[in-house]
Design a protein around this ligand. Structure first.
Ligand code: UDP
Length: 463
């Protein structure tokens, strides 16, 4: 008898992203993947940084009240905003889910809630309605492990640490030094730890999905797995498992692709500090002259408002603009995945947000790492010292150092090994993602796992 392959047709998943670019992207990419497998996808989101439904007509979008005040949002205190979201959204999410459950058709029940680890209010609502839940972690296993270590070190009285310790290695956390620990620059240490502890608590969730890949993050994953009671599905890089539409909160300037088309193979250094980091006027000038003096073509994303004290690029010196002529191209926001996949791009100066890091690694693009805060410091260290796919610019922004780093990464013979390793890692990721590879298998297992959750819900409701 021929075996009938089970499909999740009609099963509905509710996804709850954290409202920041680096979290919205992987959650919507996961949604696109699960939709391609036959699940119907509902995105429940805050009004703050709400994703654009028009980019994803295949999903249903439902906004919930987030109760954030204008002063809190404009403070930019991400820890305070996330704590407030968890306090404010619990009731509105429960209400939203209850309404959805009441009007659901028998064949189209909500199988599972998949929530970003920082939107942990979702777990309580899922439990209340007896709906299984799964956590999405959008960071690396290395960073997750480092964050857990911060909590542990704090409980032993080692955090906060004195300045004299900042360059000391953290025991069991090679190659991180105390100054690389992912401690948030916003809010108090107590509030930061509160958020970390809550977001690390698996509660009654059935599984964890990680946007990482074992060929990169294996040792940290093994350590995490030891203490975890539920299955962990590493199915990253999520942006590579489907061709998801853009979920950018800012408009992408695609004119940079036409400019890239005119540049020589692997000649361009792409520069972006992500969606949150900002720099001052002095750093801007050092960056600008370092890039100009390197003589390499560059594509530079300068987000409006990301230079302290200016709206956009008013503070860039006039002589710099004259010096670079056509050799540099500046945009407010780029289609980054497309940029990194472009043949003209040979290097990425990044702040080492996890999405940017993964996007670069999966295209074989070596990196200059200039982290600003939190997880970025962990990733910069891993990129430069463990995976050895890039160089870290430590200390202050300085034009001479920047110029030398760009030339080493892009053209000089002493950067050859880094470029070769970057190419090799891209191939290893491709192998893992193709049929028969470990990442490929984990994706199928995840789909099976979620379909099996349906059976649990049905059993619960038919009792
Ligand atoms: N990104 C983009 N265009 C840009 C800059 C960034 O599309 O001009 C995307 C990038 O591809 C990544 C996300 O924004 O997916 C940034 O996330 P990441 O984790 O790298 O850093 P964060 O913004 O959270 O600091």
């Amino acid at each position: 008898m021929e075996m009938q392959k089970r499909t999740p047709r009609g099963q509905r998943l509710v996804l709850v992203p954290t409202p920041y670019q680096g979290h919205i992207n992987p959650m919507l990419q996961l949604g696109t993947f699960l939709h391609s497998k036959g699940f119907s996808i509902t995105i429940v989101h805050t009004h703050f940084n709400s994703p654009s439904p028009s980019n994803h007509p295949e999903f249903t979008f439902i906004p919930i009240q987030d109760g954030l005040t204008v002063p809190l949002v404009s403070s930019g205190n991400i820890i305070a905003i996330l704590l407030a979201l968890n306090a404010n959204c619990k009731a509105s999410f429960e209400q939203c889910l209850t309404t959805q459950v009441m009007k659901q058709e028998p064949g189209k029940k909500i199988t599972c809630i998949i929530y970003d680890e920082f939107m942990y209010f979702s777990e309580a609502a899922a439990n209340y309605l007896n709906i299984p839940s799964i956590i999405l972690r959008t960071t690396s296993a290395a960073n997750f492990h480092a964050r857990s270590t911060v909590v542990e070190l704090h409980s032993k009285g080692h955090i906060p640490f004195p300045d004299s310790m900042s360059s000391e290695p953290v025991p069991q956390l090679h190659p991180l030094r105390f100054k690389d620990l992912p401690i948030s620059p916003w809010d108090t240490l107590e509030n930061f730890l509160k958020l970390v502890v809550k977001s690390h608590d698996v509660g009654r969730s059935s599984a964890i999905i990680c946007n990482t890949i074992d060929c990169l993050d294996q040792s940290s994953l093994a350590r995490i797995q030891k203490h975890c009671q539920v299955p962990i599905f590493c199915i990253g890089p999520l942006h590579k498992i489907t061709t998801a539409a853009s979920s950018s909160l800012l408009e992408e300037d695609t004119s940079c692709i036409e400019w890239l088309d005119k540049q020589s193979h692997k000649s361009v250094i792409y520069v972006s500090l992500g969606s949150i980091a900002s720099i001052g006027e002095k750093e801007l000038a050092e960056m600008a002259w370092g890039l100009a003096n390197s003589k390499q073509p560059f594509l530079w994303v300068i987000r409006p408002g990301s230079i302290t004290g200016s709206d956009w690029i008013e503070l860039l010196p006039q002589e710099f603009r004259e010096a670079i002529g056509e050799r540099g191209f500046i945009v407010k926001w780029a289609p980054q995945r497309e940029v990194l996949a472009h043949g003209a791009v040979g290097g990425f100066w990044t702040h080492c947000g996890w999405n940017s890091t993964l996007e670069s690694i999966s295209e074989g693009v070596p990196m200059i790492c200039k982290p600003c805060f939190s997880d970025q410091k962990v990733h910069a260290r891993y990129v430069s010292k463990v995976w050895r796919l890039g160089l870290e610019l430590e200390d202050e922004f300085e034009r001479g150092k920047i110029e030398r780093a760009v030339r080493k990464l892009m053209v000089n013979s002493d950067g050859e090994e880094i470029r070769a390793r970057a190419k090799d890692m891209k191939e290893r990721i491709q192998v893992s993602m193709s049929k028969g590879g470990s990442n490929y298998k984990r994706k199928s297992e995840l789909v099976e796992f979620i379909m099996a959750l349906q059976a649990v819900t049905t059993a619960v409701s038919s009792h």
